[in-house]
Design a protein around this ligand. Structure first.
Ligand code: PRP
Ligand code: MN
Ligand code: MG
Length: 183
């Protein structure tokens, strides 16, 4: 699997360090709050969310929402689907949405609208990666780990056809992998 990677963008140690910094920032910004809900956007955000969540010194619930826009391919389909809803009623809660990457911004826009609709007290977005060049919808994460180049990236939660999420780093997938013809 590692052989399918052209080059590493950020390695495990760099990511780990940055996640710690983000946690420190959140611990500062949410200190004293009692109604925090950390929302992981399945599936891509699970690695980052768990790495972040375990470093939070906060009274914070964890919840999961499954939203999908890529449906396994290399480019956004343009339509966002809610595949699995939250368990928590987030009315009046301070919600921190955790994402692996913000690309077109469609997933984020969909989620922000949904959470606003449900009466969250505050909504902040924390994404380990941001691909500003991919943006189609005008949304920004409030907390960003790293800006990444406009290439097809996998690892640390990001997938190609459901695979490569378990790489502990983020890297560029060799084009030969997704140009391969399967017959
Ligand atoms: C990916 C990624 C983000 C979203 C970002 O999820 O994990 O959630 O796309 O893209 P956008 O800014 O263009 O909306 P995907 O839809 O592939 O689902 P997954 O997390 O289950 O892989
Ligand atoms: Mn996702
Ligand atoms: Mg995906």
């Amino acid at each position: 699997m590692n052989n399918d990677i052209e080059r590493v963008i950020y390695d495990q140690q760099e990511i780990d360090q940055r996640v710690s910094e983000l946690a420190k920032q959140l611990n500062h910004d949410y200190a004293g709050k009692r109604d925090v809900v950390v929302v992981a956007v399945l599936t891509g955000a699970i690695m980052f969310t768990m790495d972040l969540y375990k470093r939070l010194d906060l009274y914070a619930h964890i919840d999961f929402v499954d939203v999908s826009s890529y449906q396994g391919g290399t480019s956004s389909t343009g339509s966002v689907k809610l595949l699995h809803d939250l368990k928590n009623d987030i009315k009046g809660k301070d919600v921190i949405v955790c994402e692996d990457i913000v690309d077109t911004g469609r997933t984020l826009k969909f989620l922000i609208d949904l959470l606003k609709d449900r009466g969250a007290n505050s909504i902040k977005i924390c994404s380990i990666f941001d691909k500003p060049a991919g943006r189609v919808v005008d949304v920004q994460a409030d907390y960003v780990g790293f800006d990444v180049p406009n290439e097809f990236l996998v690892g640390y939660g990001l997938d190609y056809q459901g695979l490569y999420r378990n790489l502990p780093y983020i890297g560029v997938l060799k084009p030969s992998v997704y140009q391969k013809k399967h017959d």
